[in-house]
Ligand binder design. Structure first.
Ligand SMILES: NC(=O)c1ccc[n+]([C@@H]2O[C@H](COP(=O)([O-])OP(=O)(O)OC[C@H]3O[C@@H](n4cnc5c(N)ncnc54)[C@H](O)[C@@H]3O)[C@@H](O)[C@H]2O)c1
Length: 309
């Protein structure tokens, strides 16, 4: 298989450093025209500079690829809209959006200020919302779009000191779930990545002897697959050190306790309710309601076609 991105136009937010840089280089190496977006601030989101994005653009151009730098702050929707307008002016379309820009302001919830919470949610969640909204109509008109959200194991599974970050990262999964449905008929496919790699964001947390196997380069193949023409949709991919996985959100089969069940009944049957045996992912929100109605109807002998038996 030889997956190529010839004639594809990609925007990568936070493309000036770490993981985003690798995605830009890898997409350009396979023929994509790349907008390297980066505000160029520090890990906590302070400051700004055009250097990081320009550096990646120069690397791409010197390898014979096509790229432009863009310094839009993803939290500013006017700047984001202008980035998309400039991209279309130059290359006529936007096929791929990788929402990757991110910052950290770690503190325990008790010590976290409202502004640290707002800022982190703003960059990760609203940054992705702004960029996705700015390309959405274009992708609908093209009847083609590939969008990647970046979540984190912190949001999916929890990590001490990251309530702001985890809340924002988990919200992106919800955004993907809905956009997957709304975009399907326009061939807009949306996936989410949970990466782990030795970037400046994890500096001091990864021992020196482990850092080389956690090279951010190792994540790019998974990302390229998730934004390729034949990509799946509504997938949460885990990626690290050259290994790839899929995170599946599933629900246990459920136990009908009665429409007059008490808290004591829930406590007594907790093992059964929470047992993972037979758990399965649901295709959409309505399937949960259908499942509970079916469980109750079976137990109560209600004919779902309308008649009580
Ligand atoms: N490194 C990991 O192990 C890891 C784990 C889970 C999730 N992630 C996520 O992956 C993404 C990339 O992280 P990284 O490790 O490469 O970090 P990084 O700090 O190297 O790169 C993030 C980039 O985003 C840019 N950015 C920040 N705020 C921006 C804004 N408002 N507008 C535009 N650009 C902005 C920064 O300038 C920086 O270049 C982030 O969303 C991060 O949360 C990383």
């Amino acid at each position: 298989m030889n997956i190529i991105f010839e004639n594809r136009v990609a925007i990568v937010t936070g493309g000036g450093n770490g993981l985003g840089r690798e995605y830009c280089l890898a997409l350009a190496a396979r023929g994509a025209k790349v907008v390297v977006n980066d505000l160029g601030g520090s890990v906590d989101g302070s400051g700004a500079s055009g250097k990081a994005a320009m550096g990646v653009v120069e690397e791409i151009r010197s390898a014979g690829g096509e790229a432009i730098a863009n310094g839009a702050d993803v939290t500013d929707h006017a700047q984001v809209e202008s980035m998309v307008a400039k991209t279309k002016e130059l290359w006529g379309r936007v096929d791929i959006l990788i929402n990757n820009a991110g910052i950290l302001r770690d503190k325990t919830f008790s010590k976290m200020s409202h502004s640290d919470f707002d800022k982190v949610v703003n960059v990760h969640l609203f940054g992705a919302v702004n960029c996705t909204k700015a390309v959405w109509e274009t992708m609908r008109d093209q009847k083609f779009g590939r969008i990647l959200m970046t979540t984190s194991s912190s949001g999916l599974f929890g990590n001490f000191g990251q309530s702001n970050y985890a809340a924002a990262k988990a919200a992106l999964v919800g955004l993907m779930n809905v956009l997957h449905r709304e975009g399907a008929k326009y061939d807009i496919r949306i996936n989410t990545l949970a990466p782990t790699a030795a970037t400046r964001m994890l500096s001091g947390l990864i021992p020196d002897h482990v850092a080389p196997i956690m090279d951010p380069k190792t994540i790019a193949p998974g990302v390229l697959y998730l934004v390729s023409d034949d990509a799946p949709s509504k997938v949460i991919m885990g990626a690290g050190c050259g290994a790839f996985s899929v995170v599946i959100i599933s629900e246990t089969p459920g136990v009908f306790l009665g429409t007059d069940a008490s808290v004591d009944d829930v406590a007594e049957r907790w093992c059964e309710i929470s047992s993972g045996t037979g758990a399965s992912p649901l295709e959409n929100a309505g399937q949960q309601t259908e499942k509970f109605i079916k469980l109750a109807a079976e137990a109560l002998g209600v004919d779902l076609a309308g008649k009580a038996q």
